[in-house]
Design a protein around this ligand. Structure first.
Ligand code: KIV
Length: 277
């Protein structure tokens, strides 16, 4: 076997696929997922070994400064996703279908998914909803596009809820969530995100379905965890729900680096003789 062939085989073997995620669940190995929206961050978290990168519509909040996820467009999501794809070697890249690009009907959902896959090179799409989106999931999966579901707190429905509080605390909503998870699995979803629901309910869902269940604010008894990168690195400061663990304080580091630079420029310390031509 030539070196070139070896290289191809080993780099392929390293790639995270939807099947790898299923195997991870079967083996009890937890899945680590984070959001990213640009080339540089995607490259860093891929190099750090993240399993799944979500190009979330949270880009609407953390990249564009909107209050909700609703304003972000399909073109903007494709731009973010294509940037992420250029930065990665092995992570699986999943892209959110933005609000208003799939709820109309299953043909619209399929067309939006095809645009994401074709124009960004992403590996899968994610959609919010249960029984309401089953027809779309079936149609997208039958076109060969892997779909990740998203239940519990669904930020695209914030104006229906009126608040970002924990979902499915009452039995009626909890029962619907379990039944929705089963329907999403039956329709062919390869994984489901559960956002901000009681840990006991999330555990029950993870034990009920065979596909991986990835939680955010859903406790530890699920198959993996996802956080918004800007939140866990401490770039966003004002958002601090109970489920968020911070792994850095980049806001302070960025501000002190920039302050030091301003000081150096104003005091004529920068650039010095070694920093010029
Ligand atoms: O858009 C996003 O970042 C998400 C995660 C919170 C799961 O959907």
């Amino acid at each position: 076997m030539s070196t070139q062939t070896n290289k191809t085989v080993s780099s392929k073997a390293k790639k995270v696929t939807t099947h790898v995620l299923l195997e991870m669940k079967e083996k009890g190995e937890k899945i680590a997922m984070l959001t990213a929206y640009d080339f540089s961050m995607a490259r860093l978290i891929d190099q750090a070994g993240i399993d799944v990168i979500l190009v979330g519509d949270s880009a609407s909040n953390v990249m564009a400064g909107h209050e909700t996820t609703l304003p972000i467009t399909l073109d903007q999501m494709i731009y973010h996703a294509a940037s992420v794809i250029r930065g990665i070697q092995s992570s699986l890249v999943v892209v959110d279908l933005p609000f208003g690009t799939y709820q109309g009907n299953s043909k619209e959902a399929l067309n939006s998914s095809i645009r994401i896959m074709k124009e960004s090179g992403a590996h899968a799409v994610k959609m919010e909803g249960g029984s309401e989106i089953i027809e779309s999931v079936l149609r997208i999966v039958s076109a060969g596009i892997p779909v990740m579901g998203h239940l519990g707190l669904m930020p695209q429905s914030i104006y229906k809820y009126g608040t970002y509080v924990v979902r499915a605390k009452e039995s009626e909503e909890a029962d619907k969530l379990i039944s929705d998870a089963i329907k999403l699995e039956e329709a062919g979803c390869f994984a489901i995100v559960l956002e901000k629901i009681p840990a006991t309910l999330a555990e029950k869902v993870a034990k009920t379905v065979r596909i991986p269940v990835i939680g955010i604010g859903a406790g530890g008894d699920v198959d993996g965890q996802v956080l918004v990168l800007h939140d866990m690195l401490g770039i966003t400061q004002e958002f601090s729900p109970r489920f968020l663990r911070r792994y850095g304080n980049l806001a302070d580091q960025i501000k002190s680096g920039v302050s030091a630079y301003i000081e150096d420029v104003k005091s004529l310390d920068f650039p010095n003789k070694n920093e010029q031509y």
